[in-house]
Design a binder for this molecule. Structure first.
Ligand SMILES: [Fe+2]
Length: 216
């Protein structure tokens, strides 16, 4: 589904089979093992995550490639995500200047957010960057009162900003985080999260996507 934000668009999809797809348990086991590895547990919060403990595998993105670990080409969830990324690529107009059928995952990682944590405003790419074009976020575990995704209307080119609450309401669009939800947005979109208010953690996959140049 295409959703307007400011004068642009993002795409939001909900995976109907999230609770019961074949391979679900194995996928969660892989992710949970990854998040409980010493490499992850010993690493401090990324600079974007404040207020509470947050685990991330972003520093290990070269070592652990999420689409490979989860066998995206054969995993039902992976296939669904790949199809939705392609759909988003057309919906958001990347097909006009890139070959969206040939995509490459740039960095991919998992985030696990604890109570009172929020993500500071940031973007994944800037004007003129070659890659990534699109960011896909898939929510694996979202308890009640989780941090929501907040897009911020920011026309500057800063890569990092403040907390979501530092920006005017009128400059924010909130997208509810939800288990089984996929949000695809342009990598240049400035976004943050609200504060996570549950003892249970919130986990999501982050996939940065680049599309190949159009063949002449
Ligand atoms: Fe982000």
């Amino acid at each position: 589904m295409i959703v307007p934000i400011f004068n642009r668009h993002i795409c939001i999809f909900d995976f109907e089979l999230h609770d019961r797809f074949i391979g679900r348990q194995q996928s969660y086991t892989i992710i949970n093992e990854l998040l409980s590895s010493p490499d992850v547990l010993s690493k401090e919060n990324v600079p974007d995550a404040e207020g509470g403990r947050a685990l991330s595998t972003v520093h290990l993105c070269d070592k652990y490639h999420i689409p490979t670990l989860l066998n995206f080409k054969h995993n039902i969830l992976g296939k669904w995500i790949l199809q939705r990324i392609l759909e988003s690529a057309y919906d958001l107009g990347y097909d006009k200047y890139r070959d969206v059928r040939r995509l490459k995952f740039h960095r991919t990682w998992v985030n696990k957010m604890g109570k009172n944590c929020d993500a500071l405003a940031h973007r994944h790419a800037n004007e003129g960057w070659t890659i990534p074009h699109l960011v896909a976020i898939y929510y694996l575990d979202v308890p009640e009162n989780s941090a929501d995704l907040i897009f911020i209307n920011d026309t500057s080119s800063i890569m990092r900003g403040g907390h979501a609450k530092d920006y005017k309401e009128v400059d924010q669009v909130k997208v509810k985080a939800k288990t089984g939800r996929l949000v695809c947005h342009d990598a240049k979109e400035f976004h943050a999260t609200s504060v996570h208010k549950n003892d249970l953690t919130r986990t999501c996959l982050i996939l940065e996507v680049g599309f190949a140049p159009l063949k002449q």
